[in-house]
Design a protein around this ligand. Structure first.
Ligand code: UDX
Length: 434
């Protein structure tokens, strides 16, 4: 199959490289000539484990190519995926669809022969209808089908998520287009990934409902963690205790500083907008968004409390800045608000993150960036672990204690055993633990 990806960002690049790896002929497009040039030179625009090798291997095998020439990339393609950004629109938080619609217009002008146009970007319900309308408007004679095929890729595990998905969702109103999509994913469903074919609007909603549900699960356990602290219970055990019930499931029940990243914050907000537009309020999701927003500042206050309630003139060592490990992505990272809360209270910050410091610098200019965890810890009055990178899981506690002015450890990801840390002479504060 000949497949074209419009947009060589996170989703387009990972999906394109994986589809090429399955033997399809893939062309990844981007308007940004610099990005395409760097990709041609083997440099990845994002940090994602395994991606550089995957791209290199498929470029070498001539199954994967890059271009800025949309018309050339789209002509003769069996399927054209729209994988451009849908950021939150400034002002009202709804998804900004201008890039999607611009892509639809360009595709409409360029298609030759029957082409399936696939929205891979996360788009509100009804976007597929509009993409179809635009293509028909710019090219009334075009033969095409528009399908929705949402992605469920987690940053840091995106290649594995693509190759071993829990399910593939195809929203289609057109039998011929569905058949093309089955061919695109044939290598995957031969590996037993279930394909769910639904209406197009249903597929669009599945993506939002899925992310909102996961955000709800995280927020639920975070509030239970707060209750645990008040009543002397342990949220890790509560999670295990409820998660072993198959109806609940054990994943996404890890209490922490609140969810962040490129998807959950933006998608929950966009779902709320859609629900308002259609007069079907989503009160649970409204609460989730509000509770998660409040939580980030509360986590800053938690650190202040652990340091005796006063941090003016004191220094906090922050380990982990990205919204989760194995990514360089700082978008909506809880660390931003946690650090700002500490700075507002007069604290100085020394920080280290294995991949996120470059992206963090413009967002958090007034902190001291360090070369490694121990450099950040040296001379600080407390250590706060904000993101659970593996490199922070087995710190030499003796060394940490000797480098800190005060043996205070705040573990916002519950990666340490409180008894061990206390036995090593620290005052330990976790999330939802006694
Ligand atoms: C998410 C979805 O998982 C993915 O299916 C979708 O396509 C894009 O959004 P991602 O944003 O990469 O992926 O990260 P994910 O691993 O889901 O974590 C999101 C946030 O939730 C992170 O801030 C993480 O720290 C937090 N989280 C996750 C928790 O606090 N507790 C958990 O138990 C799980």
């Amino acid at each position: 199959m000949r497949i074209t990806m419009i947009g060589s960002g996170y989703v387009g690049l990972v999906s394109g490289a994986c589809l090429a790896d399955f033997g399809h002929e893939v062309c990844c497009l981007d308007k940004d000539a610099g990005k395409i040039e760097r990709l041609l030179a083997g440099k990845m625009p994002i940090y994602e484990p395994g991606l550089e090798e995957l791209v290199g291997r498929n470029v070498q095998a001539q199954r994967l190519r890059f271009t800025t020439d949309l018309a050339e990339g789209v002509q003769g393609a069996d399927a054209v995926f729209i994988a451009v950004g849908t950021p939150s629109r400034r002002g009202d938080g709804h998804a900004d669809l201008s890039y999607v619609y611009a892509a639809a217009r360009e595709i409409g002008k360029a298609i030759t022969g029957y082409t399936v146009v696939v929205t891979k970007s996360t788009v509100p319900v009804g976007t597929g209808d509009e993409v179809e309308r635009i293509i028909r408007e710019v090219n009334p004679g075009a033969q095409f089908g528009v399908v929705s095929n949402p992605e469920f890729l987690r940053e840091g595990a995106a290649i594995d998520d693509f190759k071993r998905p829990d399910r593939i969702v195809i929203g289609s109103e057109d039998e011929r287009a569905t058949e093309v999509m089955r061919q695109v994913y044939r290598p995957l469903y031969l590996n037993a990934a279930p394909i769910l074919v639904t209406g197009r609007r249903t597929a669009e909603l599945i993506k939002y409902a899925g992310n909102a549900f996961l955000a709800t699960k995280i927020t639920f356990i975070n509030e239970i963690a707060d209750l645990c602290e008040k009543v002397g219970a342990d949220v890790q055990d509560v999670s295990r205790g409820i998660g072993l019930d198959n109806r609940i499931g054990s994943k996404f029940l890890h209490a922490g500083p609140g969810y962040g990243g490129s998807c959950f914050p933006k998608d929950t907000l966009a779902l709320l907008k859609t629900s308002q537009d259609h007069d079907a309020p989503q009160r649970i999701v409204e609460s989730v968004v509000a509770v998660n927003d409040n939580r980030k500042r509360a986590m800053g206050r938690k650190i202040i409390h652990a340091m005796g309630g006063e941090v003016r003139g004191k220094t906090v060592a922050v380990l982990g800045l990205t919204f989760k490990p194995n990514t360089d992505d700082m978008r909506d990272s809880p660390a931003i608000t946690v650090i700002q809360t500490l700075q507002d209270a007069g604290a100085r910050i020394k920080a280290y993150d294995p991949e996120g410091m470059e992206q963090a610098r413009p967002m958090l200019p007034d902190i001291e960036y360090c070369q490694g965890p121990y450099q950040a810890i040296e001379g600080a009055d407390a250590l706060a672990i904000v993101t659970e990178w593996d490199a922070f899981r087995a710190l030499d506690l003796g060394r940490v204690k000797s480098l800190l002015n005060e043996p205070v450890l705040v573990d916002l990801r519950n990666i340490y055993n409180p008894h061990e840390v206390e036995a090593a002479g620290f005052a330990y504060t976790g999330v939802g633990r006694r």
